[in-house]
Design a protein around this ligand. Sequence first.
Ligand SMILES: *Cc1c(COP(=O)(O)O)cnc(C)c1O
Length: 390
Amino acid sequence: MENLLKILSSLKEKGLYREDFRYLSSEQAPRVCIEGKEIILLGSNNYLGLCNDIRLKEAAIDAVKQYGLGSGGSRLTTGSYDLHKSLEKKIADFKGTESSLIFNTGYMANVGIISSLCDREWVIFSDKNNHASIIDGCLLSGAKLVRYKHCDMDDLEKKILEHRGNNNLIVTDGVFSMDGDVAPLPDIVRLAKEYGMITMVDDAHGVGILGERGSGTASYFKVTNEIDIQMGTLSKAIGSIGGYVAGRQYFIDYFRNFARSFIFSTALPPSFISTSLKAIEIIEKDEITRQHLLEMANWFKNRLIKAGFHVTNTITPIIPVVVGDVKKTVELSESLLEEGIYVPAIRPPTVPKGTSRLRISLMATHTYHDLEYVMDVINFHGKKLGIIEG
Ligand SMILES: *Cc1c(COP(=O)(O)O)cnc(C)c1O
């Protein structure tokens, strides 16, 4: 016990302690209610504004009326509904693959996919900035984990030549969650072909944003058929909850039989499956909202750069402002909150040391008017804290 207390107080000294959370008492929207105050929300993954879309709400309510609430069992026992089957077909069509399988979260998908596919005989090559759920899947698998420099193909090839074994996987985020930049999939595919390796893309932040019909990063680069395993989440742009894997039928059959996070957990409730189905239907047709979001994000990014902030190399609605110092990052985030703007401060171990940042992300439903106000406030406090020149 004493040891735990010591660890916690050392976290506090370093400014890395996670205090109690901010609690919302309203919908996930551009303006939310936090502790009785109206706040502009600027760090949500609800990119397309679907979390509180009336069409999704109606889909959920109708499903509750027909199917009730809990699903009652694992997918392998009594928890599979016709809606699960429809959604798996929908995801496969949307992603352009033979088949798909739904997990309860993206985290569970990554852990289940990687730990069932790979074992000690495998070598996994993973981008340094990959999401924690990928790392956890790798660790659970017992495979040899080799991390290459972020999006650095020379480093990847060097490490392949040095470490490759009989069975090899290259795994990468499609869009990096804390950077907003995109993995060089065509180069990854070329290396995978050359050395006979399996490829996997985690498209948690690509789906709904990039590619034809918003179908994701593989489509954006036109390498859908060359990526073996496309994983993603239903919880971000799609506005619901869940994870999935899409790919060839034999991969999906394999995961259905061996992915433990799929097998040993109660299925998602029909209401949320229905919500996801409706969301994908909307996303496929709605080019306008997607274009609008990307344009607004580009405008906002350029405003920040012009003001002197250090912004990552992003092409998505994720617009991280890298501050560097942990305490300054938290101070900036807290100053903004006092002015009615909530942007989460992201610190190690979520991002590498010395790269603490505000992870700004936009929703299609934000207004230019609110964003102008945000720019004024962030400029003022950026100068006051010495983050940009005043
Ligand atoms: C959010 C996220 C996940 C996990 O998805 P959840 O559905 O939230 O569990 C996996 N990978 C990446 C890159 C993510 O950003």
